[in-house]
Design a protein around this ligand. Structure first.
Ligand code: IMP
Length: 230
């Protein structure tokens, strides 16, 4: 059986990934690997951040065969994601800075609250008419097979640094536009402001089931699921 370390502690994301991948893939998360390193997400693209995370964890796992339960029984992969909102009138911002968009102005460390991020977005778009408020959510998933050391070579910390990794990327996009005011109670982040193409309601009003049918994350996951079921 294929085993997947999902590089997140976000239970919502893990549930979504498990539901799409089904029974054939054993899913573990960072909660199952308390010693796993924190990876800084400071790349300039979603793909760069996702690959950086997946590859750092794949090398870490390769060097520690004993921390992988059932390691003899099949392929191991690391799955990492990065996602965010791109607003055309803001030249693609907040982009990779989506989680800490408001904090960019204050220098405050860590992520900003969704309320602060949404307030900043509305402020920057105050003069922008509805037809020019086009935007999209983008999600990139990086899947990295955990490399194996050649027979007779001992795995040890620091030894996987030079190993060549075969990372694959899967991208999902959901087009839409930014509303004039927050609406709805569901979802998280920018959901109360994001109206997907073909709808009049925001993601936060549409609710999880409908959002999951069209979201950037579910589209990227569908591509990944097809690959893992091959
Ligand atoms: P990450 O991929 O968890 O790092 O997400 C980065 C940020 O993008 C989140 O903190 C949210 O602000 C935003 N974001 C990503 N996906 C969504 C979504 O589905 N709805 C609303 N906001 C999102």
């Amino acid at each position: 059986m294929v085993s997947l370390l999902i590089a997140t502690r976000n239970a919502h994301k893990v549930g979504e990934i498990r539901a799409i991948l089904g029974e054939g893939v054993r899913c573990l998360t960072l909660d199952d690997f308390p010693g796993a390193p924190e990876v800084v997400e400071d790349a300039e693209t979603f793909a760069g951040n996702a690959a950086r995370k997946a590859e750092a964890l794949a090398r870490w796992l390769a060097e520690r065969p004993n921390v992988k339960p059932g390691t003899e029984t099949g392929e191991w992969y690391v799955l990492a994601d990065d996602s965010g909102l791109e607003v055309d009138a803001l030249q693609g911002a907040p982009g990779v800075h989506s989680a800490r968009f408001a904090a960019l102005d204050t220098g405050h460390p860590g992520n900003s609250s969704a309320a602060d991020n949404n307030a900043k977005l509305l402020r920057l778009l105050a003069e922008v008419p509805p037809v020019e408020r086009t935007a999209r959510f983008r999600c990139v998933l990086a899947l990295t097979p955990v490399p194996r050391f050649p027979a007779g070579t001992a795995a040890a910390p620091g030894r996987a640094g030079e190993m060549v990794l075969r990372t694959e990327l899967f991208e999902g996009v959901c087009e839409g536009r930014i509303g004039l005011a927050p609406r709805g109670q569901g979802g998280f982040g920018y959901d109360p402001l994001f109206i997907p193409a073909g709808q009049e309601a925001t993601f936060a009003e549409l609710g999880e089931a409908i959002k999951n049918r069209m979201s950037h994350r579910s589209r990227a996951l569908a591509l990944l699921g097809a690959k893992l079921r091959d």
